[in-house]
Design a protein around this ligand. Structure first.
Ligand code: GDP
Ligand code: MG
Length: 448
């Protein structure tokens, strides 16, 4: 499958010391396929690939410790960037109520979303009211009332209905919206969610109506609701709504279908507006805050590789590494304090075995490191913790009685203390040799 191919491509890149243009072309080809497969619009794909290639050929990759990883990272960064970077939160008005309007084609999922969003906000302690401004479809008001009832949120509607809070003039959606907002102010609702009508295709009348509602009530947020399955049409629809109503955020619906979420990338890319929520089913609870990073993974289907890279990056303390490097450069003695600090770095990185595969230069130590497990690290750390600072900095003074005390303090047998000191002595010797030879020891956590 495509995702397998992509994963294979990234795997090939992972171990590479140097990337050729052919490598980059090959990767670009796979990424292009992945994006098209996820139904990202063709022009968006083209622009995206051009950016990736430009960055992949640049200095940040050439100078990277592991160029293949760097390319993977760039792809992810660009995807996340286009999708809006951080999750964009709703902006609440300083003076309530906050007015949120939903816009989009018919069948996009606006009315369904209205109930979900209302429940989501209610769960956060807000007191939303829904306003039914789709007066085009006979059943639309009723549908919103049912949703509101399920969510336990009142609905302001032009027709009397099951749970309608009040009545309004029929026929004119702009008037209903205005009355709904006035009602919300009177009844101290702090959020108003306005459901609007859609058409099967973009048309001027629809756009004008949406724009009129938006300006009449001065909506704080206008959410463009779009079906993730819409595919290549996403670009045109999004552009039309962006020009017609200038929305502030996007909601992607029907992500429970087989869509890989390419519409998110298309819409965000051509409009520059962030995706804020996702709808993942017909039920009230099928609703998620949208996370650009997760969607990037879903689109490229390469979550594992990325999380490994991030894990290593996040946990590796650059200051600590620099300090250590300086020590060796100065030919200072390697102490048990250093030893412990290194071990803590290793522990922070999580599973040693998982990390090994992605670490350049670690191959030489593979065998030794595979014997390492976390509990072993913990024991060694406990032993070092039981030493005095003086002992850690001048291990030579650790005689028999000190060893016995350390063993008692850390709950191990004296032989383990002996073993540790032995191993440490060898490591220190090796470090010293390498430092005087000018090279850095090639071990995990030491930039090579
Ligand atoms: P509107 O015309 O924009 O108001 O769209 P509706 O809210 O009426 O939804 C149209 C249809 O899509 C309905 O049958 C919904 O049940 C369904 N629907 C809405 N959102 C989702 C979703 O996230 N997943 C799935 N599978 N169906 C959805
Ligand atoms: Mg509707």
């Amino acid at each position: 499958s495509l995702s397998d191919r992509l994963t294979a491509t990234f795997k090939n890149l992972r171990g590479k010391g140097k990337l050729t243009e052919a490598d980059i072309d090959g990767t670009a080809r796979e990424i292009r396929r992945a994006l098209l497969d996820a139904d990202v619009a063709v022009p968006v794909v083209r622009e995206f690939i051009a950016r990736i290639k430009a960055r992949a050929l640049g200095a940040e990759v050439a100078q990277a410790l592991n160029p293949g990883q760097q390319v993977v990272k760039i792809v992810n960064e660009e995807l996340v960037g286009i999708l809006g970077g951080q999750t964009r939160q709703l902006e609440f008005a300083k003076q309530p109520p906050t007015i949120i309007m939903l816009a989009g084609l018919q069948g996009a999922g606006k009315t369904t979303l209205a109930g979900k969003l209302a429940l989501h906000l209610k769960n956060q302690g807000h007191t939303p009211v829904l306003v039914a401004c789709d007066l085009q479809r006979p059943n639309a008001v009723k549908q919103l009332q049912v949703g509101g009832q399920r969510a336990g949120v009142p609905v302001f509607a032009p027709h009397p209905g099951v749970s309608s809070e009040s009545e309004a003039a029929t026929g004119d959606p702009v008037a209903v919206a205005e009355q709904g907002v006035a009602h919300a102010k009177d009844s101290l609702h702090d959020v108003v969610i306005i459901d609007t009508a859609g058409r099967l295709g973009v048309d001027e009348e629809l756009m004008r109506q949406a724009a009129n509602i938006k300006s009449a009530v001065n909506a704080h947020e206008t959410l463009f609701v779009i079906d993730a399955m819409i595919g290549q049409d996403a670009v045109n629809t999004a552009q039309a709504f962006n020009e017609g109503v200038d929305f502030s955020g996007v909601v992607l619906t029907k992500l429970d279908g087989d869509a890989r979420g390419g519409a998110a990338l298309s819409v965000a890319s051509v409009t520059g507006k962030p995706v804020m929520y996702a709808s993942t089913g017909e039920g009230l609870k099928d609703f998620e805050v949208f996370h650009p990073d997760r969607m990037a993974r879903r689109i490229l289907d390469m979550g594992d590789i990325l999380s490994l890279i991030e894990q290593a990056e996040a946990s590796w303390d650059k200051d600590e590494a620099a300090k250590m490097a300086q020590k060796f450069a100065d030919q200072e003695d390697f102490t048990l304090e250093d030893f412990r600090a290194q071990m803590q770095q290793i522990k922070k990185m999580g599973s040693m075995k998982k990390l090994l595969g992605m670490m350049p230069g670690a191959a030489g130590m593979r065998q030794q490191l595979e014997q390492f497990d976390d509990s072993q690290l913990d024991r060694v750390e406990a032993i070092i913790n039981s030493m005095t600072p003086h002992e850690r900095n001048a291990p030579k003074i650790i005689n028999g009685s000190r060893r016995a005390r350390i063993a008692r303090g850390s709950g191990v047998h004296v032989s383990e203390v002996n073993q540790l000191l032995e191993r440490f002595g060898q490591a220190a010797k090796m470090m010293k040799k390498m430092a005087s030879g000018g090279g850095m020891p090639d071990m995990p956590g030491m930039p090579g």
